[in-house]
Design a protein around this ligand. Structure first.
Ligand code: NAD
Length: 347
């Protein structure tokens, strides 16, 4: 069924787990296992329809394959969606049913946190299945600080590519979403003198940003049209579309959210407008780099993680240069590189 839905890309497996008594409806999409087990978080989110949930899992798992390949990790790409409101419908019974599903997939999919799934949830799952990463007990813990650091370094690489300098003093940055990643990114930007404009659905977060970081707060979609140099999407995906791209005033888009482009055509729309786009799965790889360090034979080492996160700006710069040389979008170039890596490994 999944093969007929948008986002399908010759995925190896798509699994459906349903337990109506315990309130579980979960989709696990395994895009590739060529480089290693398919790693990717579980998103707990009340999608408007089952098809929307499957499409989300398909697109996110494909992004995970490309993300791990480009970051040089021995991991494939997978992602899961549990169709539920994390605030009201996430129960221990539901998570226990999900752990049983993960066990049934015999290690070809390893999960981690994502929107709606917390570190505590990962720990809960880890008591019931080995197929979970990013736990606090013996695991690598919260990936968000590493995602924020990689995004910060990547944003600076984009600025340097665009202007010749990565000095953030006085550079205006709009950050959409002040969650685990967005907040940590804002702190780093503020510390280096950037001027922040922020938005979040949660007013307590925007108020804190105004007080502690001197941020200007805007409501809803106004963040997209903010008069800034850089737009950093750090909320949910699909933010760059035929509707929003014409509104952008930023000359750079560099943020952590997954699936920022609503469609592949939106990469071309950004290019036509002369906006430099840091492909999401390249700039936001810090989290998976951290999680990957606990998987496999090696012992988790934060130094190894930092070496890989420090490479993100270099990888991005090569993508920016190749995109210019070839007259293509940065997104298309990133995908080509990722597919080449997976293809070579498969052969
Ligand atoms: P989070 O749930 O902690 O934070 C998301 C924030 O965005 C929340 O504060 C929420 O209120 C806000 N938000 C949601 N919709 C919004 C909207 N329309 N406008 C403004 N704010 C809105 O999530 P996170 O862990 O910070 O992740 C943020 C993004 O980065 C997600 O797209 C996630 O998939 C991606 N990402 C996260 C990691 C990680 O390590 N956490 C790694 C890679 C990618």
């Amino acid at each position: 069924e999944a093969s007929g839905l948008p986002g399908f890309d010759a995925h190896e497996q798509v699994w459906l787990g349903r337990d109506s008594e315990r309130g579980l409806e979960a989709i696990v999409a395994v895009h590739t296992t060529v480089l290693g087990p398919a790693l990717g978080g579980t998103r707990i989110w009340p999608h408007v329809s089952f098809e929307a949930g499957v499409t989300d899992a398909l697109r996110l798992s494909r992004g995970m394959s490309f993300k791990s390949a480009i970051a040089g990790l021995a991991l494939g790409g997978g992602k899961a969606v549990i169709m539920a409101d994390p605030k009201t419908e996430k129960t221990p019974a539901m998570l226990a049913a999900y752990a049983e599903m993960l066990n049934a997939l015999v290690g070809q999919y390893i999960t981690a946190e994502d929107v709606g799934m917390t570190l505590a949830d990962a720990d809960f799952l880890a008591e019931r299945t080995p197929n979970v990463s990013g736990t606090t007990k013996g695991g690598s813990g919260n990936p968000s600080p590493f995602t924020a650091l990689g995004t910060f370094l990547g944003l600076k690489a984009a600025l340097r590519h665009r202007t010749g300098s990565d000095n953030l003093k006085g550079i205006r940055v709009a950050v959409q979403g002040l969650g685990s990643v967005g907040w940590a990114l804002c702190q780093r930007l503020h510390a280096e003198g950037a001027m922040l404009t922020v938005s979040d659905l949660d007013q307590a977060r925007t108020e804190r940003a105004a007080q502690e970081l001197g941020a200007t707060v805007v409501e809803g979609q106004a963040i997209i049209a903010a008069d800034v140099d850089i737009f950093a999407p750090c909320a949910l995906g699909g933010v760059l579309s035929a509707v929003t791209i014409p509104l952008l005033r930023a000359k750079i888009v560099a943020g952590a959210a997954n699936n920022q482009l609503a469609t592949a055509a939106d990469g071309e729309r950004l290019r036509e407008r002369g906006i430099l786009y840091a492909p999401d799965y390249v700039i936001n790889a810090g989290g998976v780099i951290n999680v990957a360090a606990e998987i496999g034979s090696g012992r988790y080492s934060v130094d190894d993680v930092m070496v890989r996160v420090d490479r993100i700006p270099l990888i991005l710069t090569r993508i920016f240069e190749r995109a210019e040389d070839e007259g293509r979008t940065t997104d298309a170039v990133a995908e080509t590189i990722a597919r080449e890596i997976i293809h070579t490994a498969r052969r």
